[in-house]
Ligand binder design. Structure first.
Ligand code: TEU
Ligand code: CA
Length: 551
């Protein structure tokens, strides 16, 4: 199946729309906003997990894969969502968390009560010399092992201690997971996003990682391709039209090419996060550094080109529920440049080769939350970072500064629908505070303004659907050495598109040697003709187009 002209919209249900005034978004809330999504022009909705969960990690800790968490509604609500979205041509993608379950899941509970069968669904190990089996670290801070006194064993958790890692080397366990996929396909789901799926295969040795936290042992682990092929064959591969995307934060290009190569029968596409580490210092999320723009460009060019040459397929995204808001990060959220830089960033990412993802609020240029007190944060990763850093002696004010730039909660504040109290998300205090800028930045205002970021996203989506060069054409980076401008060509036998994006608040000049025959297509500034020397205003994005004449 070809997904090349699809656009996917990601919803974080907890923060999208509350319908029953408990301050938490829900499925009826999503249903009430389907018309908005249809107008935007998207094809798929990816919902982050809505299964029953103790919500220690906002649903990424699943306690039952077959139900809907009552806080989000009922199974009837879910069926209504699939049906009503379908009527508008929108398909549903479910988030599958198969690396771990909540410790409240029945399997883990049975394991705790001593049932050997279920202990082998997880990764239980004896301690080593009276302490943890090895030095692996949780991605949310601290050891990746938790001791269970009644069993005298430790279990592995790469994330929170309430998220126990599953043992993929157990065939019976894998079959249980495959049943879950069939079940949701039976309910009309048309796609799956697989959470941290390249971490599922751990080497049996569980050796210490003297120079690191263990991730080099289990990232793209020993049997990963075998397990993905098996899952494909046993489940979604049996259907003609299921889209799959694997979240593979730090996978290598070599593995990525294989995961998303249609001939391999693994996944339709993947998310990697390398471009979102170009402002990490020492590859550390919590160490701030300005964007290393040349590195970002090189990464895009390298991955785009390699994927194209191999016939593999990429995902195109800046934002998700784990990332700070892109306009505050690689653009500018000042009054002067917020709209312009948001449009520039949208242009830069969406016209590349792959499937674009829009994260709720991105299409209206929502910004970071800039919370000033730790009590405003909700995310387990942010709270752990704060307490561990302050314990180790970091100035609490400095820790808050880091969270303002990097916390996942920046993406999780309520969707800003209108200028009413709580931004039209709810009529009561939401589970996490609304960004104070909602009176200026909201959907209603964007709909009234024909020049808004929202309108610009709509245009980009239409453009992708109309252009074979964008959906299926080749990609070449242009102006490779330019320190301010990211530029590329997209082309096929019918047409050619050229994109220039100025990532700075200064004017930038570029050579456009192949300008002849190009005409203006789209820009976030005043239209201008193609010319050999182009002057780009601050954060300007401009796109030119040329029809190829058959010889
Ligand atoms: O994220 C995994 C991941 O690789 C990181 O982005 C991580 O969330 C974190 O930000 C590291 O700094 C996925 C989900 O998207 C995330 O929400 C979950 O918390 C996590 O898996 C565990 O299920
Ligand atoms: Ca609700």
């Amino acid at each position: 199946m070809n997904f090349s002209n699809a656009v996917i919209y990601q919803i974080y249900p907890k923060s999208f729309q509350d319908s029953n005034q408990d301050g938490i978004g829900d499925i009826p809330g999503i249903i009430s906003r389907l018309d908005y999504l249809a107008q935007l022009g998207i094809d798929y909705l990816w919902l982050t997990p809505i299964y029953p969960s103790p919500q220690k990690d906002n649903g990424y800790d699943i306690s039952n894969y077959y139900e809907i968490d009552p806080v989000y509604g009922t199974m009837e609500d879910f069926k209504a969502l699939v049906f009503l979205a379908g009527k508008l041509g929108i398909k549903i993608i479910m988030d599958m968390v198969f690396n771990h379950t909540s410790t409240e899941h029945a399997w883990f509970q049975r394991a705790l009560s001593g049932d050997k069968k279920y202990q082998d669904y997880y990764i239980f190990r004896p301690g080593s010399n009276g302490s943890e089996p090895n030095n692996w670290q949780s991605k949310f801070g601290g050891s990746a092992w938790e001791f269970v006194p009644q069993l005298g064993l430790y279990y592995l958790h790469l994330f929170d201690k309430t998220q126990a890692d599953l043992n993929w080397d157990n065939l019976e366990m894998r079959r249980e997971l495959y049943k879950i996929i069939h079940y949701w396909i039976g309910l009309g789901v048309k796609g799956f996003r697989f959470d941290v799926i390249n971490l599922i295969s751990k080497p049996q040795s569980f050796a210490d990682d003297p120079s690191g936290d263990g991730h080099r042992f289990y990232t793209d682990g020993p049997h990963i391709h075998q397990y993905l092929k098996e899952m494909h064959q046993q489940t979604f591969g049996r259907y003609p039209d299921i889209l799959t995307v694997g979240e593979m934060s730090s996978t290598s290009l070599r593995h990525a090419l294989q995961y998303s190569d249609p001939r391999q029968g693994e996944l339709s596409m993947l998310f990697h996060f390398h471009h979102l580490r170009t402002d990490y210092k020492n590859d550390q999320k919590w160490e701030l550094e300005p964007l290393r723009f040349m590195e970002l460009k090189e990464l895009f060019a390298k991955w785009q080109t390699a994927m194209e040459n191999n016939g593999s397929w990429d995902s195109l995204f800046w934002c998700n529920h784990d990332q700070p808001r892109i306009v505050s990060r690689f653009g500018s959220d000042s009054t002067l440049y917020r709209e312009k830089s948001a449009k520039m960033l949208a242009t830069a990412i969406q016209l590349m080769r792959g499937t674009p993802y829009i994260y709720q609020g991105e299409e209206i240029g929502m910004t970071n939350a800039y919370f000033t007190q730790i009590a405003q944060y909700r995310d387990v990763e942010s709270l752990n970072f704060y307490s561990l850093s302050v314990q180790k002696g970091m100035d609490p004010y400095q820790a808050l500064k880091v969270l303002q730039a990097r916390s996942r909660d920046n993406a999780r504040t309520p969707m800003q629908w209108d200028a009413s109290r709580f931004a039209g998300f709810s009529t009561v205090q939401p589970w996490i505070e609304t960004n104070p800028n909602y009176q200026a930045i909201n959907v209603e205002a964007s709909q009234k303004n024909s020049n808004s970021i929202l309108r610009y996203y709509q245009k980009l989506i239409v453009l992708r659907k109309q252009s074979s060069a964008i959906t299926n054409g080749g990609y070449r980076m242009l102006c490779c050495d330019h320190p301010e401008v990211y530029a590329y060509r997209r082309y096929d036998e019918h047409e050619e598109i050229v994109v220039f994006c100025n990532f700075t608040a200064k004017t930038a000049n570029v050579d456009f040697p192949m300008h002849a025959g190009f005409s203006f297509l789209l820009s976030n500034d005043i239209p201008k003709p193609a010319a050999p020397l182009l002057e780009l205003s601050p954060y300007e994005a401009i796109v030119f187009y040329k029809k190829r004449v058959a010889l």
